[in-house]
Design a protein around this ligand. Structure first.
Ligand code: SAH
Length: 374
């Protein structure tokens, strides 16, 4: 234990790297923490759910996934109800959202007949749980490990109409950070404290850089930090763009973040549902950064796609009829009414998930605006 956090196997590995090669970018540090092939948090067993590190919307209430399922049915109809549909989920975790979505979609058998589910997750250890969660549906399920390979590769998701779903996926993509020092932007790196050997942030002392897409709200001040996620460009420009060349594409991204690019260091660790320093236990705590929806939407538009929203989660779920759906569920299952109500309240909370989470629709430009964004 040092003042900087636990010396996990990944911390030891990264410190050795920094000692021999010098400080590393925040994006490289974050990527290692999450997806290092040996020690990454998501490569091992991420702890999603009530007893784990973090609880996501589908784990809070079944109504969330059910509404997403009905959203998919409406979008499929907007696409002209194609006979085959690729239903892709990025970062499906335990498969809870897809399970609830397919259950709700049983109302429309022609939809389920059309669907092949494609689950894209870095963590292959989750496949058993995902397979089990979806077994009831009878829908074919395929597994992929890499997003670009799955969406744009030869042996990935086949040609044809495609819906992509991603809840709490974008926040796991590594961000670079830049810090404003003496009138210039400098890359923020992870270095080692000369005395304690602990990780610490340090601006790159050498080159000044000109990060792209600065906040429009005001001029930068000394010490300001901004975050840039290069992976947005790969996702939009390579993967989603390629997908839209192979058939109608509609995608839904839900995550916590901001509607406009802003200043601020949002990189945070989460362990046991509490916030910790990013240096707390590299590889053993979740690390995420708030999603910059303005930047992601712009990158999608630059890739020739249309973007709808972002809309606050409460508004999006409200338009999809969360209140009606929850009321019906409560009437059908009076003994579960309290749980349903509490879950929906949490998803919709005006100063909580309802406003801190945003939904963004991305689509082939020839499709009409996606449901929930009117
Ligand atoms: N969508 C789920 C899980 C969110 S946690 C839910 O809402 O409950 C993030 C998920 O994304 C995990 O399953 C993790 O393994 C996966 N993931 C993180 N980074 C990834 C990447 N670069 N490529 C593919 N999957 C990734």
């Amino acid at each position: 234990m040092t003042s900087g956090g636990r010396d996990t196997p990944l911390a030891v590995k990264l410190k050795a790297k920094i000692r021999s090669e010098g400080p590393i970018g925040v994006d490289r540090f974050m990527a290692a923490c999450l997806t290092d092939p040996e020690h990454g948090y998501y490569t091992r067993m991420p702890a999603i759910g009530a007893g784990g590190d973090f609880v996501t919307a589908p784990e809070i209430s079944q109504v969330f996934g059910e509404l997403i399922g009905l959203w998919c049915v409406v979008v499929w109809r907007q696409m002209g109800a194609p006979r085959t549909l690729n239903l892709v989920e990025l970062g499906p975790g335990r498969g809870t959202m897809m399970r609830d979505a397919l259950r709700a979609a049983r109302l429309v058998p022609a939809f389920l007949d059309a669907v092949t589910v494609h689950l894209v997750d870095k963590n292959a250890a989750l496949q058993d749980a995902q397979r089990q969660a979806l077994a009831f549906s009878g829908v074919p399920v395929r597994f992929h490990g890499d997003v670009t390979d799955a969406l744009a590769g030869e042996s990935g998701v086949p040609e044809g109409a495609t819906i992509v779903l991603a809840n709490e996926f974008l926040d796991a993509l590594p961000v670079a950070q830049f810090v404003f020092v003496d009138g210039h932007w400098r890359t923020r790196r992870v270095a080692l404290d000369a005395e304690t050997g602990a990780f610490r942030f340090a601006p790159d002392p050498n080159a000044a850089v000109a990060p792209e897409g600065l906040p429009a709200s005001r001029a930068p001040r000394e010490g300001d930090v901004i975050e840039v996620c290069e992976a947005y460009r790969t996702l939009a420009g390579d993967a989603l763009h390629a997908r839209a060349q192979r058939g109608a594409l509609a995608a839904l991204f839900i995550d916590y973040g901001h509607a406009a690019t802003g200043f601020g260091d949002t990189l945070q660790g989460v362990e046991g549902q509490a916030h910790v320093s990013p240096f707390h236990a590299p590889g053993e705590t979740d690390l995420s950064a708030q999603v910059d929806f303005e930047r992601f939407a712009r990158v999608c538009r630059e890739a020739g796609l249309a973007a709808d929203g972002p809309a606050p989660q409460a508004q999006f779920l409200g338009q999809l009829g969360i209140v009606e759906r929850a009321s019906r569920l409560m009437a059908q299952n009076p003994d579960k009414a309290g749980t349903v109500e509490a879950g929906v309240q949490r998803l919709m909370a005006p100063t909580g998930m309802g406003s801190r989470f945003l939904a963004l629709g991305v689509r082939s430009p020839e499709l009409p605006p996606l449901p929930g964004f009117q």
